[in-house]
Structure formats: C-alpha cells, structure tokens
Design a protein. Structure first.
Lengths: 131, 131, 131, 131, 131, 131, 131, 131
C-alpha cells in the first residue's frame, strides 16, 4: 500500500522522476515508482492502475505524453502530469498533458518540473490529514 | 466486416469526419464511423478495436488527441490520425498525434484534413489489391 | 465555510468560470466564486486567501495569469489553474500558469477548460472523504 | 525489386534514416535507401519514383521538407514522412510534411522518429500479406 | 511573353493573388496569373515553368506550400514566395517557403502579403532596366 | 537610498543580472541587487518594495516570471522586466512579463537582455535630471 | 511642447492607440498622436523625433514593428512599444519590439495593450515630478 | 563600385555572412561586406545606403532584425534578408524580416541560410545580364 504512485512513460524520463523522488523522500508519505508506457504496455498499465490503492498519481511523460490522460481515464483519483522536454522544448508534452477533454482532468505542472509534481501531490495528501 | 474503421474522439469532430466520409463514399471500400473517446470510454474503445476486422483505422481527435495513439497501441493495423483544431489552431492535436514513441506509429495528416485521412487509407487499401 | 474557492482574475473570465460552476452545481460540495486580480488587488487577494478555509482553490486567469501562482504562494492547499484564451489562443496563460518554480506548484488544466478545473477539484475532495 | 523505398532529402538526414534501417533490418522485407533532394534533383527524383516498384515510400527531410509531398504527388503508393530537426526543433519540417493539400496525402510520424517511419511501413506491408 | 509569372497553388489563394495584381496593374510590366498546384499538377507545373519566359516568378501558397520551392528548383530566375494563412495563421506556409535548402533560394515576403510579392518583383524588374 | 532596485527571482538568474550590473557600473547612478522570489518569498518581496525608495525597478525572472508583475502591482514606480530563458527559449517568461492586464504595466526588454534592462532604466533616470 | 509623443506605424493601429489616449485623457500630461511609418516614411520619422521635445515616446506597431526600435535609436528618451496583433496573434510584433540589441532598449507592453503603454508612460512622468 | 552589398547588423552575424561570401566568391560578381547596425548606427546606415551603387542588398540580422526593413525603406533596389538564430531558434528574426508592411518588400530566405541569400542575389544579377 502506497500513498503516491509515480509512473513514468519511459526509462528516459528517469532523471525528471528523480526530482520528484528527492522531494517525496523528505516527506512522511510512501510512494512507488513505475515505468509503464501507455502506448507500449497498455494492458499492464490498466492492470496496475486498477490494482493500485494509491491516493494520488504523478505521471511523467514526454512527446505525445498520453500517459497522464490514460491514467486519469482509468482512475477517479487526482492525477498530476509532468511534461518532459524530449522534443520542441517539451511544448508537445505540455499540450498533450494539459489539453484534456472535459471530464478527464489532469493537473499539469511545468516542463521537466518533477519537483512540483511531488509538491502538488504532498499538498493533496496533507489535505487528507487536515481537511 | 469493413475495410476502414473511422473513429472520432467526440461528436464535435463530426464535421472533419464528414470530409473523410465524402472521399470514402466515392470509393469501392466499406467503412464504419464511430464516436468513442479514448479518455472517457477507454473500455469501449478497447473492446471495439479488438473486435474490429478493419484493415485500416482513421482516427480523428482534437486537443490532447490521445485517440490515435491508443488505437495504435491496441492494433497492429495501420493507424492514420487527423488532428482537429479545437484550440491553438490545432497545433496541440497535431503534436499529440505525430509525436508518438518509437514502436507505436501513427501517420498524421494535416490539421482538419479529414479528406487526406481518407485518401491515405485508400492508398493503403489499393495496395492490398495490387501489391 | 466552503469546500472550494474559485477565483477569477477579471470579470472577463466569467464565462470560463461558469463552466466550472456548472460542474460544481451537480456535486455535493460547497463553493464560492470571487473576482480578485492578483495584479490590481494584491492586498485584497492576500487577505482573502489567509481568511479562507477552502480546501481547494480553482484559479482562472488569462494573459500573464499570475493569479494561480500568487494563490499557491499564499496557501498550502492544492491550487488548480485554468488558463483563459485572451490572446495568442491562451498559450500565454497556459505557460504562465504551468511554468511555476519548484516549491510553489500549480496544476494547470487545459485552455478555457473550466469544467476540468472543477472535475480535478472534485477528485481531490472525494479523496478526503474516501482516502 | 524492393518492398520499401526510403528516400532522404540530404546526406545530413542519414542518422535519422539509420533509425529506420535498424527497424527494417529486423523485418523480412526488402528496402533500399536513396539520397535525392526534391529541390536540388527534381528530375532524378521523378525518374526514380516512376521507375520504382516499391510498395511503400518512407521519406525523410528537414527544413521546408518538400520531399514527402513531391513523392506523394508522383506515386499512388502510401507515403510516410519523417520530419528532421534541422532548425526550430523540427517544427518547420513537421508542418511542411503534415499540412498537405487534400488529395495528396502524406502520413507524418514524429520529429526525428525514423523508427516509427519504419514501423508504420511494416504495418502496411504486413497488411498486404494478411489483409 | 510576360515579365512576371504569378502562380498560386489553389483557387482559394485568389484573394491574396489579387493584392499582387492590384500592384502590378499600376506598373508598366506585363504579367500572367496561373493556378497550378505543385502537389496535384506537378507535370503541368513543370511544363509551364520550362515553357515560360517570365523574368520573375511570384508564387502564392498556403499550408505546406511546396509551390515556391518547386518553382525555384525548375527555373534559374528569381522566385518570390507569398505564404497564405490557411491554418496556424500562416506560420506553416511561411516556414515551408522560407526554410529552403542551400542552392534553391526563395525570397519570402510576409503572410498574406501579396502586395509585397508584387513590389519585390517590380524592384527586380526596375533593376533590369536601370542596372 | 538607491536610484535603481534590481530584483531577480532566483539565484539562477544571476548571470543575466550581471549583464545589467555591467551597464549600471559605468553610470553615475546607485543600485542594489536583490534575490527575492515572488512565489517563494511573497511577504519579503512586499516588505522590500514598500520600504524601497528606488526610482526604477529592474526585475529579472524566468519561467512563469511573476516577479515583474507583482512588483508593478506593489509600486507606482516604473518597472522593467527582463525575461530569462530557462525553458522554451524564454518565450514563457517573455509572455508572462509582457502580457500584463491594463493598469499594471511592465516594460519588457528582450530575452536574457539584462543590458537593455539597465539601459532603459538609465534613460528614465536621465530624464529625471533633464526633463 | 508635449510630455508624451505617441506614434503609430499605420492608420490601422488607431484603435489600439485610442486605448492609450483614453488613459492619457484622464491624466494631467499633454500628448500628441502621430501616424508615421518607420518603413514608409523614414525621413519624416527622423525629422519628427529630432524636433520633438517629448519626454517619453509611446510607439505602436504591428507585423515586423520596426517603429519602436527606430525611435529608440534616434532618441535618448525612454521608448515604450505596444505590439499590435495584425498577424499570428501579434507574436511577430511582440518579438520585433522586445528583442532589441543591447544599447537600444525598448520596453514592450502586452499585445494590443495600448492602455498599459499609457500607464507606463504616466509612471515615468510622475517620477519626474516626484523623483 | 560593387554588384552586391552585404550588410550584417552585428559582428556576431559574421559566421552566417561567411556562408554567403563562400557562394559569392565562386561567382563573377563583386561584393562588399559591411557591419552596420540599423539600431546603433542609423545615420551611418543611411549614408552608406544612399552612397551605395550596389544593385542588390543582402542583409543579415538576428533578434528584432530591423536592418533588412530599414535598408528596404532607404533604397529602391531589391533587398534580401537572412534571419540569424540568436534567440528562439531565429523565429524572432524570421518574423521581423518577412512581416514587412505593404510597399517596403524584403525577400527573406531561411534561418541562418546565408548561402541562399547569396544564391538569390546571383539569380537577380544573372537576370540583369540575360533579361
């Protein structure tokens, strides 16, 4: 059982994920870090999400960055997206993550800003403890 | 049984889909047109794709436009994406559709260019008949 | 006492705020809607935030869109930003809202997507009830 | 006789072409790799296309990237375009390749994504074998 | 025999071409106006260019706007490009026209600025008379 | 007492601030350089501005770059903004700084152009001496 | 003798200039409004600037928007630029105005934001009175 | 007396100018290379242009890139602009050079493409010899 599930779309997003890990390490909350591509491992992703008891999801992806949206469509928990700058300075990933259709929300933090992905998750978890 | 499956992510993409329909109507190939959101109806989309015997998929979506990529991750058939200009002139959708990770290819035609989505599908189907 | 505080930077953002209101109206949570500019009424904004007992903030702003970030710097509660398309299709507001420095997170939803601002807030509030 | 014709617009596109070659090498299909500029060698390009019996064309180009469109105007076979990031992160090439006029379709994959150019070609060729 | 050949890629570019015509009408030079798509009528375009005795070419095109570059690759005369705003405010056409590879130059004027296409042509023609 | 107050949002903006310092050093005016984040130290920033007797403010910030606008909302003195290229080539910061709402003006100079921030401040100060 | 000189590059910028006028009308300062193109009337512009005793220049221009920079190169007074959205949402004008070389500073306000052009000028003039 | 005048806005544009020089060196035409900033040395630029008997001007500039437009406003000869990528990948310079107002035309070649600046000049000069 974990408080936070962090999923990156590719091993190449690791350095950005580590910025989130560095923040979470200083918190009292538990987390796990997964590498699952929404495009290459869709069934694995579905299974993982439906089995997860995480309260908040931090999703990290570059390029067309479908991961955050797919997670948001498979869970009712809050989903945070971290766009990674693989091409075009990360503008592609930012747009893919933020521009979700109504009803399937993702909260996007800044490009490559894994730290803010973690900080936003911590604000949500703190709220549970002190609503 | 159909040659082409055309899927749009939202009823609001209908006018672009109709441009593709107008082209397909003049061909000898069969097609069906579906409205299934990758984000709002992921299970329905999975079922539809796995049950479909379409040879080519034309996918039409705006904003973060995950539909084409999700279809490409669920089928081994060629997938064509048509970005729709809902915001930012359609740049968001174009980037979301084209910038797929290696291994899950989508061929993007131009913004709002439903006709070219159909023409590209026809080229592929003609190739099957005359390889 | 309210669950959600929704703040727009200008009366001209009202139509986008109304999209969020339409979603919140169907929920069981309470909310209030304020018009306070981060730039033109900074003291009023500071007072409002420090007096507020809202659990989640939905902030709506266009152009340089400082409001979400300023709110995030004045509260420890989760802050959601909704960029409004006043100029450049809203790209200016999206970048201003998402690109926050580490430590002051804002979760940005899509351009003009007030509905998703509300849906993300509801996911957070639901989490408090069923952690 | 080859299954796939891969054409790059300039020797400087070689590293991107090699990503496609690496994928094709693992397939059972035959291919050939050409360097012909649509702008500097238009007659050579015309001759090559009209003489070719390739079933699918993978075209790789940067900057104004006319090559994919010119090939598509000279053949009735499916044409895949791979935009190369020479300037502006490849946005110029992506737009030049995707934004074709109705009737002359090119399917664009992602910027510098030679692998997906190949994977999309393989999906089309597999379809011929198992329609 | 004409001094200036003006070619637009599509009948939909007519209003921009008319801005050039309005300028040329006030000059002493002769011109003709053609509608030939580089993508849909490549052979017609090749024939027209090789038969033309025009001194300067004004080419007008939107979207991927290959016309100016193709003309420049088929003639040794100066080629002026006028990008048309069909999508993305004309940024796609501007980039397609300006970003030519070394050796095949096109001089691009501003988006939808048919007048400047004509004015630049007139400067060149005036130079012939008074070198 | 100083003529110019230069504030950067983060220690990482130091190299751009130094370009302004190099210009100011050659002038007869006095200045001080501060590092205060509008987002992380809002109260410190408020206090500093209200206590300051500087005639002109030069503000330097990257990313969502709220600093210039916040300063402009807290003082009636002229505020100059210098956008820093941390992501997206600095386009995010430029838009955040320039696109202020009516009534709270910031004059933005170019991306990373600390020198022009200083030169514009000097023009204003010279004007005081020789109105 | 005037306190503020407002120059627009074209009669088509009038509506944006009027937003500045509306602000200046409520102030105690004098101003005059001119229409002089930096490109079409360079000599007139040079004469006007060298003859002017204005303390601050507000310059308003669209497209390539050279006017603010040219004024800044001809005077030592502070120059404010207002980018006008004629094409590309005004991004072209914003970049042309802000991205000046070191030594010739222009302070750019937001796109179409004539009001802020005036407000920034008033801050500078107020400073002269109460340094 | 020279056939071509090449002017760069700053010594930092030298490497791009050298690409043009390399092309011109292989031609039979004469040229001279100047460094004159439109913004920092406007009077010197005016004098140079009015004294010049060059038939064609190649102008090379980055950032807000006013040089090509200023030259075009001071001469009736054809003016070619070469945008230099100093910031934002050169998009700022491309827009500043191409987006001229009607009546003052500049023909822009591609970003950093000094070679095409030269090739376009040669086409114009060849036309004078063989109209």
């Amino acid at each position: 059982m974990v408080d936070i599930s962090m999923i990156m779309g590719s091993e190449s997003d690791r350095s950005i994920a580590n910025r989130a890990v560095a923040v979470l390490e200083k918190s009292k909350y538990t987390y796990e870090v997964m590498v699952i591509s929404a495009h290459r491992n869709p069934d694995e992703l579905d299974s993982y999400i439906s089995d997860s008891d995480a309260k908040v999801f931090i999703t990290i992806a570059g390029l067309s960055a479908a991961l955050p949206g797919v997670v948001a469509s498979r869970t009712k928990k809050p989903v945070i997206g971290v766009p990674v700058s693989a091409k075009l300075g990360g503008l592609d990933a930012l747009l893919s993550i933020a521009q979700m259709p109504p009803g399937v929300p993702v909260g996007s933090v800044g490009i490559d800003n894994g730290a803010n992905g973690a900080y936003l998750a911590l604000r949500i978890l703190d709220l549970i403890e002190n609503p």
